[in-house]
Design a binder for this molecule. Structure first.
Ligand SMILES: Cc1cc2nc3c(=O)[nH]c(=O)nc-3n(C[C@H](O)[C@H](O)[C@H](O)COP(=O)(O)O)c2cc1C
Length: 382
């Protein structure tokens, strides 16, 4: 086993002996402040904002506040091994980088930098269909790193088949199908500025580089951006999807398939009945539906299929504090997906030396804090 994940803080303190301080704040709240100070308002708010009144974002946080960690003492945690294998993907801890689109809003390198950092840490990255770089370019940056592919499911079947075929050819191991974004949520911070990156050709690299997508256009996106944007909008919105249509994905993807955005037990069971391999409990970080139930709350309800021996899995919203992953895992999730966007936004906005690694290592370290047989999670009464 390599060095404990929590050794990261020791590294920081040792550098402190030489007078070297972290170039980015380690407190996520201060990181956000630092990013706000240097980023333009549009990209900052696009990433930081949520749907409607922000009630779902608040519900996500409140759901975590109902739990607390109860540390246990004098147990031999010296040697800790968080490594696990999920749906055939080996990982050093049960953490994945959640799919985050349009990362070039924050830095031109976007998903390429995240792919490199994830590969270096051995943490699986989930690549969004709304990425700023092509599937193949991200796969090349990821190298031997573990990677999953998140599909925004187009209504044009030829494009769907082509997108998943490209992902499979580029060694993405698991298909994550996001179900909660057939249309964008009502996002006042973006609406008030009339700001939607996709209409400007940002976050469109995957469809724009897709042969089936390009074949549907009279002229390529490089020559007629407006037409390409219109076609993209047309096929990535709409609700013409039903449980039986999952068979199409199953036919064209020979690896595990996971449905993202599940909140209700019946939908989780329907997913399993449809032959899916798992679900991700998520409300899209509160960006889609205002007044949705907090994801952790939903995840706790969804433990039941998992208890019955069915393959359930539950991600939930990342917390501001570093204990969020621990809470989720101890509350019954088999693994925790963590959104790279908000912390990465802060990191990239906050200073020049801003590798995504800086953001993800602390989370991995925090996961290690309690040790595997460490704290139990308890519901806080009242
Ligand atoms: C800026 C931003 C972009 C996102 N893009 C995607 C995406 O392309 N696909 C997807 O399935 N989820 C997307 N999500 C949702 C995340 O995968 C995740 O469910 C959510 O962010 C919860 O984590 P958070 O606490 O970091 O918000 C996005 C979230 C944010 C904040």
């Amino acid at each position: 086993m390599g060095s404990p994940l929590g050794a990261y803080s020791t590294e920081i303190y040792l550098r402190g002996l030489d007078g070297v301080r972290p170039d980015l704040p380690t407190d996520p709240n201060r990181l956000e402040d630092a990013a706000r100070a240097v980023l333009a308002e549009e990209p900052f708010d696009y990433v930081a904002g949520g749907a409607g009144t922000g009630a779902t974002m608040r519900a996500n946080r409140a759901a975590f506040d109902r739990y607390g960690l109860v540390p246990r003492m004098l147990r031999n945690n010296t040697s800790r091994d968080w490594s696990t294998t999920l749906l055939g993907t080996a990982m050093p801890a049960p953490l994945l980088l959640a799919p985050i689109g349009v990362q070039s809003l924050l830095h031109a390198e976007g998903e390429l930098a995240v792919a490199r950092a994830a590969a270096e840490l051995g943490v699986p990255m989930v690549l969004s269909t709304a990425a700023s770089h092509s599937t193949e370019a991200v796969a090349a940056a990821s190298g031997e790193g573990p990677r999953w592919y998140q599909l925004y499911w187009p209504t044009d079947d030829d494009v769907t088949i082509s997108l998943v075929g490209r992902a499979r050819a580029a060694d993405f191991a698991v298909l994550v199908v996001t179900l909660d974004t057939w249309t964008l949520g009502w996002r006042p911070q973006d609406l008030d500025r009339g700001y939607l990156p996709f209409l400007r050709g940002i976050g469109t690299a995957i469809p724009f580089s897709d042969p089936a997508f390009r074949a549907a256009l009279a002229r390529p996106p490089e020559d007629d951006l407006a037409a390409a944007v219109r076609y993209r909008q047309r096929i990535f919105t709409g609700t013409a999807r039903s449980w039986d249509r999952l068979a199409l994905l199953r036919r064209h993807w020979d690896g595990p398939i996971v449905l993202k955005g599940i909140q209700h037990v019946d939908d989780a069971l329907a997913a399993l009945d449809a032959g899916m391999d798992g679900v991700i409990v998520s409300n899209h970080g509160g960006r889609q539906v205002d007044r949705a139930v907090g994801s952790l709350q939903a995840a706790v309800r969804l433990r039941h299929p998992h208890r019955r021996g069915r393959r359930g899995c539950a991600g939930a919203r990342r917390r501001r504090g570093t204990a969020g992953a621990s809470v989720r895992l101890r509350a019954g999730a088999r693994w925790a997906g963590r959104g790279a966007a908000r912390p990465a936004l802060r990191a990239r906005g906050a200073g020049p030396h801003t590798g995504p690694r800086r953001v993800h290592r602390p989370r991995r370290a925090a996961c290690d804090e309690g040790g595997r047989r460490g704290p139990r999670v308890r519901r806080v009464e009242g």
